[in-house]
Write a protein that binds this ligand. Sequence first.
Ligand code: ADP
Length: 333
Amino acid sequence: MSSNKLFDSATVRLTGWYLLILVVLSLFFSVIVYTLASHEFERAAGPRRVDMVIIDEIGDFNERRQQRIEISNRYLITNLVMFNIFTITAGGIASYLLARRTLRPIRDAMESQAQFSSDAAHELRTPLAVMRSEIEVELRDKQSSKASRGKILLSTLDEVNRLQTLTERLLMLANKSRREISPIWVEASAIDAVNQSIAAAQAKHIVIDHTVGREKAMADQAGLTDVLSILLDNAIKYSPPKSNITVSSRHKDSHIDIDVQDNGIGISSEHIPKIFDRFYRADTSRTKANVEGHGLGLSIAKRIAEAMGGELRVRSTLGEGGTFTVRLPRAKK
Ligand code: ADP
C-alpha cells in the first residue's frame, strides 16, 4: 500500500476512535444531565396533592403538574439532542483535523524513509551496472588479452571500492548507537583525522596545517574524529592540487570551535542550505564531473555533531573556498 493510502486509512481509523470517545462521553454526560434535571423538575413542581378533600381538584392539580414536568423534560431532551448533534458534527471535524495532525510526522518519516531507500538503491545501482556491462563485454570477447582482462579487473576494483565507501557511509547513517560523551582532547581527534587523510592530501600535493590547541570538549572521541575526517576528505576533494588546508581551534566560555578551512571551489549561497541533506550534491559541472561522492558525508557529520550536543556550520563563497566549523560544548577543567 502506498504511504498516502496508508496515511488516509489510518487518519479515518483514528478519526473514528476520537469520535467514538467523544460520542460515549457526550451520551454519558447527557444521561447524567437528563437524570439530574428531571429530578429537579419533579422537585420544583412540588409534592403531589393527596390531602385535598375534593377528588376532582386533586386530579386536576396532579395532571397539570405532570404536564409541566413532561413539557420541561421534552424541552430538555430536544436541547440535549441538539447539543449531541452539534458536538458530534463539530467533534467529527475536529477529530479528523486532529488525526491528520497527529499522523503527519509519521507520514513524513515514512516518506523520508522511502526516499532514502530509493536514493540508496539508485547509488548502488550505478556501480553495479558499470561492473556488469564491463564484465559482460569482456566475456563476449573471445580474443580478449591478459592486459585487457587486467584493465577490467582494475576498473571493477575501483567500483568495488566505491561500493565499499558507500555501504560504510550508509551504515554510519543508520547507526543509532549512543555516543559516549565525556571530556576529550580535541587535539587527539584532529591528529587522528589528519593522519587518516594524509595519503589523499599527498596524492594531490595538498598541505594540511594543523594548529588545534590542547583543549577539552564534551564529546565522543571517535565521533569527533569521524566528523573531522569527513570534513578533511571533502576539503581535499574540492580543493585544487598544491593548495593548503588548515585545521584550527578557538575557544569561548562555553564552547570550542574547530575549523576546517580550504581554498577550494567553494559553495554558492543557493547550495549552502542543502548540502547537509542526505544524497545532496551541489549540482555544478565542476563537482559532479570531477569529484566522486554520494552526498552522504556532510549529513553524517552533522548528525554525529548533533548527537554529541554540538553543531556543524559552514561559511563559504563560490570560487574562494570555505570553512566548516564543528562547535562542541567545552569541558569544565
Ligand atoms: P559528497 O562529497 O560525497 O558529494 P557531502 O555530503 O560530503 O557529499 O557533500 C555534499 C556537497 O557539498 C558536495 O557534493 C559538494 O558539492 C559540497 N561540498 C562539501 N564540502 C565542500 C568543500 N569543502 N568545498 C566545496 N564544496 C563542498
